[in-house]
Design a protein around this ligand. Structure first.
Ligand code: C5P
Length: 218
C-alpha cells in the first residue's frame, strides 16, 4: 500500500444542490456551492481513499484523483449513490431538494389568469435510505445546515436519519458560497465544536477523524 491513512478504503461523497425541474426552463433548488463537499472529496483522495463524488449542478473543478458522477435531480443522485456502493465511508454533504414537482413537458406559459400552482412530491431521503441499506457504509456521515438551534437539530437529525455522525453548520452568516465554515461534530459520544476554519481545513480535519474511526493510522 501507499502508506496513506485511507489507502484501500472506498469513500462516497455527495455534494452540491439538486435541481428539480418545474418545466424545461425552470427548476427548484437549494442554495449550495458544493465547496465543502468538494473539499472533503479532495481531502479523502489526498489521504489515499478511492473516492466517488456524486455532484449536483455546481461550477467547480473535479478534485485530483476523484471519480466524479454528475447528476441533476435527487432521484438521479439516489441512483448514483446506490450504484457507487459498497463504500467504507459515505459523507453526504449535498443539499438535496426535499420536494420535486411532476415536471411539465412543455414550458408553462403566463396566461394572464391566476399563476400556476406547484404541487410538490417528497423526494427520497438519500442519507436515511443509505442508513437502512443492506450495504450501509461502516461510517455514515450526514450534514445539517441550520439557521437556528443548530446543535439541537443536529442531535435529532442524527437519530432520525440513522447516521453515525452529523456535521452541523450554522448557515445564518456567510457560509453559503463562502470559503470558511464553523461546524459541530455530533457523534454517539457527544458534540465537538470546531473553531471557524477554511472549508479545506474543515475537510482535512474531518478526514483525519474518519481515518481514526476506520481504524487507520493518521
Ligand atoms: O433533513 P436535512 O435536509 O436537513 O438533512 C441533511 C442531510 O441529509 C444531509 O447530509 C443531506 O445530504 C441529507 N439528505 C439526503 N437526501 C435528502 C435530504 C437530505 O441525503 N432528500
Amino acid at each position: 500500500t501507499s502508506g496513506k491513512a485511507l489507502a484501500g478504503k472506498r469513500a462516497l461523497v455527495t455534494a452540491g444542490p439538486t435541481h428539480e425541474p418545474i418545466d424545461p426552463v425552470r427548476y427548484i433548488a437549494n442554495r449550495s456551492s458544493g465547496k465543502q463537499g468538494f473539499a472533503i472529496a479532495a481531502a479523502l483522495a489526498e489521504a489515499g481513499a478511492d473516492v466517488t463524488l456524486v455532484a449536483g449542478p455546481v461550477a467547480l473543478a473535479t478534485p485530483a484523483g476523484v471519480s466524479r458522477i454528475d447528476v441533476e435531480t435527487a432521484a438521479e443522485m439516489a441512483a448514483a449513490v446506490e450504484a457507487a456502493l459498497p463504500a467504507d465511508v459515505a459523507v453526504m454533504v449535498a443539499a438535496v431538494a426535499d420536494w420535486r414537482t411532476d415536471g411539465a413537458e412543455q414550458k408553462i406559459k403566463k396566461s394572464g389568469d391566476a399563476p400556476p400552482t406547484l404541487s410538490l412530491i417528497e423526494n427520497p431521503d438519500i442519507l436515511a435510505s443509505l442508513a437502512a441499506n443492506a450495504r450501509r457504509p461502516a461510517l455514515l456521515i450526514g450534514f445539517a445546515a441550520e439557521t437556528q438551534d443548530v446543535m439541537t437539530h443536529a442531535v435529532v437529525k442524527r437519530a432520525h436519519k440513522g447516521a453515525d455522525w452529523i456535521v452541523a453548520n450554522d448557515v445564518s452568516g456567510d457560509v453559503m458560497g463562502g470559503d470558511r465554515n464553523s461546524v459541530h461534530i455530533v457523534t454517539a459520544g457527544g458534540i465537538e465544536s470546531w473553531p471557524s476554519a477554511s472549508k479545506d481545513d474543515v475537510a482535512r480535519r474531518l478526514v483525519a477523524r474518519i481515518a481514526d474511526a476506520l481504524g487507520a493510522s493518521v
